[in-house]
Design a protein around this ligand. Structure first.
Ligand code: SF4
Ligand code: SF3
Length: 509
């Protein structure tokens, strides 16, 4: 195995077992996969030699972990240079080959994978908070502790608390990012987002980095360029400090896995601020720009100075859309915890009066597999006296549906990006307090779709909070061994999604 790539960190892993051979299903080459393993090994060495607390090194650790997330960095040179930076700090000492994780006894491999993939997701959120000036000693300490655990010979008893510890730290991490986002861009409020295209030069911004979007909006002011969001950037339309720009138009396209189709032939520059980047086809590669931890060989990378001039020039050169296209279709977003808690009294009254019978949180990461039709069918079948809260890119499976209203509230409410799972947790805790019960006793069911490692850290946070009976799909992670699955089923009642109607009947009891 040491001569070949092995990766099973995401839901689309080959054969549901692991990507091997010359490239992964995502397009990551064997060379890059093995360089990412080497980077992981170097990070373990760094954590074995030093502790969190040095701002520059902590920042490096966050960036390096983020670079190994699915659909982020496909560039061998950039991974090599991160590894060199890490080794400069550690002196190359204390490393532990990542291949030793992949070849460990299956339950140990499973727990170490949960820890590693969990901290990759958490590092992404920590990176976004750092960009906005927020860091957390507790989050950084957990990154180091987790890396040490991955490189150790701990057994299940030692590793299990680390798994849940990552979940705990990620709660703090998402809270920090929530503070950073709302502190910088204001509290989101409900917004109706156009899906129309207007004539003129255009930049499409995708990913999760709101600060990049703001920089693009500032740098395009007065230049006659329209800015559109795509994928996980949709919730940006709800933030007052972003939607105040009149040239922030609507949302173009849908979720990340449709990008090859949606960006083909589009006369616009496309900026990828984070995941999920798919290898861009030759036909539109010259219009793709990456920033932050995202990289792809042959595309222009916007450096730390965040000068988006190359993308702006490309947008002007392409000339943009010739004419307006309008279907009249819209998306709604902006129902974050700020809004939901502002109408908490109304929600609680509606529950007490029996107008609202149940809440479903249906969201998470989207992907390409056909089994993901489950989530649309599930939402379509939710009874009229129920509310569907959603977040992350998984919402694109159903956010074109009009579910109408219940008790004067929209039946479907988009709470934001994947990190806004923090907001969903806040709402659940507030409801539980109002009803004097625990979150598990609420008429609330969680139906989560997973694809990459941010979903892993969010799942660990929910487990840390003791939330039970989560439905997970479209399939269970390849890295969950039968022993670890038994543990999750026995202690947390985790279910694999089955058939939408039967699952809903079980949830509604
Ligand atoms: Fe395969 Fe996913 Fe790893 Fe890509 S990230 S190599 S698709 S398991
Ligand atoms: Fe989506 Fe990649 Fe995970 Fe932020 S954009 S959730 S999959």
């Amino acid at each position: 195995m040491s001569e070949e790539m092995f990766c099973f960190q995401c839901e689309q892993t080959a054969g549901g077992r692991g990507c091997m051979g010359r490239a992964g299903v995502c397009g990551k080459t064997s060379e890059v996969a093995m360089l990412q393993d080497e980077l992981t090994s170097a990070l373990i060495g760094l954590a074995n030699n030093t502790d969190a607390g040095n701002p520059e090194v902590d920042s490096l650790v966050r960036r390096a972990l983020f670079a190994t997330l699915t659909n982020v960095d496909f560039d061998a040179d950039s991974i090599r240079s991160l590894t060199a930076e890490v080794r400069k700090v550690s002196g190359g000492k204390g490393e532990c080959p990542a291949s030793s994780i992949w070849t460990a006894q299956e339950d140990i491999r499973s727990l170490k994978s949960l820890i590693l993939f969990g901290i990759r997701g958490m590092a992404a959120y920590a990176y976004h908070a750092e960009v906005l000036g927020e860091t957390s000693p507790a989050v950084d300490a957990m990154l180091y502790k987790a890396l040490r655990a991955i490189g150790s010979d701990m057994g299940m008893d030692g590793l299990l608390p680390v798994v849940l510890g990552v979940g705990e730290a990620n709660l703090e991490c998402m809270a920090m990012l929530d503070r950073a986002n709302t502190g910088t861009f204001g509290v989101p409020s409900p917004a109706t987002v156009s899906r129309d295209v207007e004539p003129g030069p255009a930049i499409i911004v995708t990913g999760h980095d709101l600060e990049d979007l703001k920089a693009i909006l500032e740098q395009t002011e007065g230049k006659g360029i329209n800015v559109y969001t795509h994928g996980e950037m949709l919730p940006a339309h709800a933030y007052p400090e972003l939607n105040k720009y009149p040239h922030l138009k609507g949302n173009f396209g849908t979720a990340w896995q449709n990008q090859k189709k949606e960006f083909e032939g589009v006369p616009a520059a496309v900026v990828f601020t984070t995941n999920c980047l798919m290898p861009p086809a030759e036909s539109y590669r010259d219009r793709v720009f990456t920033s932050g931890p995202v990289a792809y060989p042959g595309t222009v990378h916007i450096g730390d100075g965040k000068d988006f001039t190359p993308a702006i020039e490309k947008a002007l050169e392409l000339g943009g859309f010739k004419e307006a296209t309008s279907t009249g279709a819209t998306f709604t977003t902006g129902f974050g915890h700020g809004f939901v808690l502002s109408v908490a009294d109304k929600v609680i009254e509606a529950v007490k009066a029996g107008q609202i019978g149940h809440f479903f949180l249906v969201g998470g990461c989207d992907g390409a597999k056909p089994g993901r039709g489950y989530f649309r069918e599930f939402v379509q079948n939710t009874p009229e006296n129920t509310v569907v809260l959603t977040l992350a890119c998984g919402k694109y499976r159903f956010n074109d549906l009009d579910l109408g209203t219940v008790a004067g509230l929209p039946r479907m409410m988009d709470m934001g990006q994947c990190n806004d799972a923090y907001g969903a947790i806040q709402v659940a805790v507030a409801l539980a307090n109002a009803f004097g019960c625990g979150v598990n006793d609420l008429p609330l069911s969680m139906v989560l779709s997973w694809y990459e490692q941010k979903a892993v850290c969010i799942l660990l946070t929910l487990l840390h909070l003791g939330i039970k009976d989560i439905y997970l799909g479209p399939s269970l992670p390849a890295f969950v061994s039968s022993g670890v699955l038994d543990f999750l089923v026995q202690n947390f009642g985790i279910h694999a999604v089955g058939e939408p109607k039967a699952d809903m009947d079980a949830m509604l009891g």
